[in-house]
Design a protein around this ligand. Structure first.
Ligand code: NAD
Ligand code: DAU
Length: 350
């Protein structure tokens, strides 16, 4: 693996993944990060790398759906490996406006696969980063395995399911060397504050209402982002071509439990001026098509690739809360219109 293309590297997991790789001493290649810089992409996350890793890291602003721009990236940088994160990723946004999800998640993945098909001999691996949401909802019992039937509920998960099917089809039809990972809910530094955990940390810190959908008893399986990055690296290195690996934290929690944990931890770190922060919890209308429970059986990646999550929820949430408390300027910028203006000045606006 000499020249690795990371798509969506300015987003939450992509940012953590690039930082993770450059810290590892068993990764010696170069990274080209292609990102369109949508509302979720923040080039500041990696701005220091242009100085600290000038020979090993490069950023290119481009749309994965733009075939000629992407062909230029592959040829200029002699890409031999792809780790594909770029996506529209927020379920609530997909309910309000599905079109961008179909475009980026399905057409964008298709565009990359076509480019790799044409350069088949040069491509050692195409790794597709996907989600457990493709499997739909579990009842009170059971776990998602790699053979669970797809049953997506939202436009987001349906678009990710479509992209997963395309990736597998390119392996079966054209023998493209692909791998897939389907992961549960991530949390940690650099997550855009629309997702449950950063939204609750920031609202709770600011004394704002904490909107919990429905009865708050929906279950998610939480994984600290650094553990997800280590899992992807293991799959890239040692995963078998054509295989799918489920990744999860063995950490099922009801949403209400997550929000209460955040409130209690923040009360200790930053004592509230008035009532305990749990009083800010507000039950609001449920998300349409809200999946009740996700839980991952990750025994395949544990036994085949010797991966296990290192972080418990207690230690991971502690680090995450502290990161958001320490990075108030980052938060202010990603929430502000000034940030969009800065992107337009530095990278051009589409
Ligand atoms: P994110 O929304 O934080 O980041 C997505 C990135 O993709 C952004 O930087 C955005 O600018 C970029 N992007 C969007 N459209 C693009 C386009 N057309 N061309 C180029 N770049 C584009 O998402 P995330 O949470 O980091 O998720 C990354 C991947 O991991 C996604 O594929 C997602 O489905 C998957 N995933 C996420 C989670 C999670 O809990 N966040 C869990 C499992 C899998
Ligand atoms: O499971 C993996 C998926 O996890 C990823 O594929 C997605 O990209 C990622 O966004 C995430 O999807 P969720 O829909 O599970 O994450 P979200 O943070 O939006 O919501 C987590 C749970 O919290 C979900 O049950 C909805 C609930 N929720 C969310 C928000 C934003 C609330 O109750 N209130 C909220 O304000």
């Amino acid at each position: 693996m000499r020249n690795l293309l990371v798509t969506g590297g300015c987003g939450f997991i992509g940012t953590n993944f690039i930082r993770h790789l450059l810290r590892r001493n068993d990764f010696l290649g170069r990274i080209v990060n292609v990102d369109l810089l949508t509302y979720a992409g923040n080039p500041e996350n990696l701005a220091d790398l242009a100085e600290t890793h000038v020979a090993r890291y490069q950023f290119v602003k481009a749309d994965i759906c733009d075939r000629s721009a992407m062909e230029e990236v592959f040829d200029t940088h002699r890409i031999d490996t792809v780790c594909h994160f770029a996506a529209e990723s927020h379920v609530d946004r997909s309910i309000v406006g599905p079109a961008a999800f179909i475009r980026t998640n399905i057409l964008g993945t298709f565009t990359l696969l076509e480019i790799c098909r044409e350069r088949h001999a040069d491509i050692h691996r195409f790794h597709h980063v996907s989600t457990d949401e493709v499997y739909g909802s579990l009842g009170a019992e059971g776990l998602f395995t790699e053979t669970t039937a797809y049953d997506p509920s939202s436009p987001y998960s349906a678009s990710k399911a479509g992209s997963d099917h395309l990736v597998r089809a390119y392996q079966r039809t054209y023998d493209l060397p692909v791998t897939l990972s389907n992961c549960s809910n991530n949390y940690g530094p650099y997550q855009f504050p629309e997702k449950l955990i950063p939204l609750m940390i920031l609202n709770a810190r600011e004394g704002k209402p904490l909107p919990v959908y429905g009865d708050g008893k929906n279950v998610r399986d939480w994984l600290y982002v650094e553990d997800h990055c280590a899992a992807i690296w293991q799959v890239l290195q040692a995963g078998r071509c054509g295989e799918t690996y489920n990744v999860g934290g063995r950490c099922e929690m009801e949403n209400l439990q997550v929000v209460e944990t955040i409130c209690d931890r923040l009360d200790l770190l930053v004592p509230p001026t008035g009532d305990a922060r749990r009083n800010l919890i507000t039950f609001v209308a449920d998300r349409p098509g809200h999946d009740r429970r996700y839980a991952i059986d990750c025994s395949k990646i544990e036994t085949e690739l010797d991966w296990q999550p290192q972080e418990s929820f207690a230690s991971g949430i502690e680090k995450t809360i502290q990161w958001y408390l320490d990075n108030v300027e980052w938060v202010a910028r990603v929430r502000s219109g000034a940030y969009r203006e800065w992107i337009a000045t530095h990278y051009g606006d589409d």
